[in-house]
Design a protein around this ligand. Structure first.
Ligand code: UD1
Ligand code: CA
Length: 456
């Protein structure tokens, strides 16, 4: 039988140290708000409902956290009286009765679904509380886990700990799972008689044990339970996320020459045998299919790159770029809302916007689709096996038929039929001897000026 679970996510902390106009949990990691990472892990741990405890930006936080089909309610904690008080802000939801209550933090975004599921598993195995702990050689500032004979006896906050207790290197991540049948009554027994005068969620351990309950710990890797208090920690979380995801991709068959210079988004999909050269940035919404090559210094977002296609170096693919199999978008090219057909080539210094290019068509260097008239966007359509000469301006809306040929330097304003040759430029004229005559005249003028200067 599957157990029901309510996740209570604490996110009411004041974000003062972030020095930001928005809630801390809305700041992005891998292009996605921190809170969405938390909710994604929660949902993957089999949780169906979540209560978000917030202090500000309630609507924005709930919206950003709505991932994985979770049913989300928000609860406002207007006074910040401690973690125990914060969980009770969602008391109304807890009172509805769930098998498990899982407590998470909105600013601990790298927690894995596996760790959350392990904590829930402890409840299924009969524990009343399962605390997610971690080991660190630098425990200063964290609550310490006091363990005896495989059971967790108490969590001691740094401020209230003895010198001996402070030596303990097992720490409280803050995350825990609580037996849903007992959660509310245990939470209501938490008091605030401690050095900070706060309602400590951590007191729930001793309260449960005093009633004969069993409390255990599950260990998480330290990197999973790292929190975020300021922008430097935000950058550290980003680094940690990127390292983990690059590693996963490399293990799945993606080559990266300098992985530390490749930046991925939360949803970047990359197939087997893709080669990614140094200094590549992926924004959201990118799929790279098997065997593609992404050359150095490319920036790609909202794009699909099909099997065997090559991109860059120094290419920019913007939303709606869709590169067909074996196609090429080369150096200093930009593609936006453009479909590049199979085997088509867009090799040098070109802008393709709001366009469709047929299979095997060659776009010459410096071609520009003039898609914007200052008010509206217009489309360019190019058929298969066409050839667009270098330095062509295609003034949209315009279409070029299959097998057509556009002469270099053309400004194309009218449609070009299939198989036609189009010239859209001034006809060349050669004036014999004219260059020499011009040069002689110029030299004579220079000599006469020099002579008159000396005369003065
Ligand atoms: C807490 C734990 C500590 C643990 C540490 C891990 C308690 C008493 N202590 O300490 O054992 O090692 O986390 O980081 O639980 N929050 C609210 N409302 C409040 C207070 C807190 O929403 O009234 C939220 C914060 O936004 C934050 C989380 O709860 O996400 C933890 O609060 P914080 O003040 O950082 O707890 P610590 O004192 O660091
Ligand atoms: Ca903290």
């Amino acid at each position: 039988m599957t157990r029901s679970c309510l996740a209570v996510i604490l996110a009411a902390g004041d974000s003062t140290r972030m020095k930001s106009s928005m809630s801390k949990v809305l700041h992005p990691i891998a292009g996605r708000p921190m809170i969405a990472h938390v909710m994604d892990a929660v949902s993957r741990a089999g949780v169906g409902s979540a209560a978000l405890v917030v202090g500000r930006d309630a609507d924005a936080v709930a919206k950003a956290g709505a991932v994985g089909g979770l049913a989300i309610e928000t609860f406002l904690q207007t006074e910040r009286l401690g973690t125990g008080h914060a969980v009770l802000a969602a008391g109304e939801a807890i009172a509805r009765g769930y098998d498990d209550v899982l407590v998470g933090y909105g600013d601990v975004p790298l927690i894995s679904p596996e760790t959350l599921a392990a904590a829930r598993g402890g409840l299924a195995d009969g524990a009343d509380i399962v605390v997610i702990g971690f080991h660190t050689p630098t425990p200063t500032g964290y609550g310490r886990l006091l363990v005896d004979g495989g059971e967790l006896v108490a969590i001691r906050e740094e401020k209230d700990a003895t010198d001996e207790e402070r030596k303990v290197e097992w720490c409280n991540s803050g995350l825990m799972a609580i037996d849903g049948a007992k959660a509310l009554s245990l939470l209501q027994k938490i008091g605030n008689r401690n050095l900070k005068g706060e309602y400590y969620l951590t007191d729930i351990v001793e309260i449960a044990r005093a009633e004969g309950g069993r409390v255990v710990m599950v260990a998480a890797p330290e990197r999973e339970v790292a929190g975020c208090n300021n922008r430097a920690e935000l950058a550290a979380l980003e680094r940690s996320w990127q390292e983990r995801r690059r590693h996963e991709l490399m293990i799945s068959g993606v080559s990266m020459i300098a992985p530390e210079t490749v930046f991925l988004a939360h949803d970047t999909q990359i197939g087997q045998d893709v080669l990614i050269e140094p200094n590549v940035v992926f924004g959201p919404g990118v799929t790279i299919e098997a065997g593609a090559i992404i050359h150095a210094f490319s920036h790609i977002e909202g794009a699909r790159v099909s099997t065997g296609a090559t991109v860059g170096p120094f290419a920019r693919l913007r939303p709606g770029a869709d590169l067909g199999a074996g196609s090429k978008v080369g150096n200093f090219c930009e593609v936006k809302n453009g479909r590049i057909g199979e085997g088509a080539k867009v090799n040098h210094l070109t802008y393709i916007g709001d366009a469709t290019i047929g299979a095997r068509t060659n776009i010459g260097a410096g071609t520009i689709t003039c898609n914007y008239d200052g008010v509206n966007k217009h489309e360019t359509r190019i058929g298969e096996d066409a050839f667009i000469g270098s330095n062509t301006s295609l003034v949209a809306p315009v279409s070029i038929g299959s097998d057509a040929y556009v002469a270099s330097g053309s400004v194309i304003t009218d449609d070009v039929p299939a198989e036609a040759l189009a010239f859209g430029r001034a006809r060349q004229e050669n004036k014999p001897e004219r260059a020499r005559l011009i040069r002689e005249r110029a030299l004579a003028l220079k000599a006469s000026r020099k002579a008159s200067k000396h005369a003065v």
